[in-house]
Design a protein around this ligand. Structure first.
Ligand SMILES: Nc1ncnc2c1ncn2[C@@H]1O[C@H](COP(=O)(O)OP(=O)(O)O)[C@@H](O)[C@H]1O
Ligand SMILES: [Mg+2]
Length: 287
């Protein structure tokens, strides 16, 4: 297998001086070609920052990103991104087919080739009949399928997905998860997907990278030994799935005893702060 993505010593800090906030701290990992790698981490830990830096949308404070050996500096041509918010990522004034064709305009394809490639991408996500409709005529789940089709139409070397199924209902989410695994296997796409959902990371991934709380560090890099062909019911019931999701949960939240200790410490801090505040208020009132 060849290395598709190499992230090396990547850090990102927002702001400067007192306002500085380190969102990503010294991350290094690689993703092999054809792999579906999931990154799971708590909200606010720096996942979107990491993806934006990998996609060349944000220059990192330090460290490097390489895609098939080429240093990323600006958005690479053969990289596609799918965001959580499908309603803002599709153009409402273009039909579904035109939306999917849109990014192909900058390539070397003829008009007929662009049309054919867009049609085949829509077909891959089970939307061959809706090319003539407008995005707002479709359900949220279908709109997100259009976003996936648009990303796949350019046959990217790397597909980056930032919580792509976080805004759809649970049933649609399951359908989209299965769709992604199916299309990814068919097309051999390399995928880096970020989620805050532990079960989703294990269900989807060939591998799960677990991030710490902010600033994001890698706390574990776990291979997922589940069979390639997965099923929402039997896979989620299997002993391997249950064991792995437990392991990821412990890495994210600590053992129940650790979590309780952290809660108690937080409560003590809060009540100490409250006492101080009360003392200060009384002091002010008596003076
Ligand atoms: N443009 C920005 N300017 C300043 N701070 C930011 C900016 N974007 C994100 N942050 C902060 O960086 C941290 C990580 O954010 P983000 O990467 O969006 O996390 P996640 O995607 O894991 O929820 C958060 O504390 C967030 O408030
Ligand atoms: Mg995010």
């Amino acid at each position: 297998m060849s290395t598709m993505l190499e992230v090396s010593g990547l850090s990102h800090r927002y702001g400067t001086g007192d306002q500085a906030h380190t969102a990503v701290n010294e991350l290094s990992f690689t993703v092999e070609a054809g792999q579906l790698a999931c990154i799971v981490g708590p909200s606010g830990c720096g996942k979107s920052t990491l993806l934006r830096a990998i996609a060349g949308l944000l220059p990192p404070t330090s460290g490097t990103v390489s895609l098939h050996g080429d240093r990323v500096d600006g958005v690479p041509d053969d990289l596609a991104v799918v965001f959580q918010d499908y309603s803002r990522s599709l153009f409402p004034w273009l039909t579904v087919a035109k939306n999917v064709e849109f990014p192909l305009r900058w390539g070397k394809l003829s008009k007929a080739e662009r049309r054919a490639q867009a049609a085949s991408a829509l077909d891959a996500v089970g939307l061959s009949g809706v090319g003539g409709k407008f995005p707002w005529q479709l359900s949220g789940g279908m709109q997100q399928r259009v976003s996936i089709a648009r990303a796949l139409a350019s046959r990217p070397a790397l597909l980056i997905m930032d919580e792509p199924f976080a805004s759809v209902d649970a049933q649609t989410r399951f359908e989209l998860e299965d769709l992604l695994r199916r299309v990814q296997a068919q097309q051999g796409t390399t995928v880096l997907l970020v989620t805050h959902d532990i079960d989703e990371s294990v269900y989807l991934g060939d591998r799960v990278l677990v991030l710490s709380k902010s600033p994001a560090r890698i706390v574990a890099d776990l291979p997922v030994g589940l069979p390639a062909s997965r099923d929402q019911i039997t896979t989620r019931e299997s002993a391997e799935f249950v064991a792995l999701r437990g392991e990821v949960a412990r890495l994210l939240h600590g053992s129940p005893a650790q979590a309780a200790a952290a809660d108690a410490a937080e409560w003590e801090l809060a009540s100490a702060a409250e006492k101080t505040e009360k003392a200060v208020t009384e002091d002010m009132q008596s003076s």
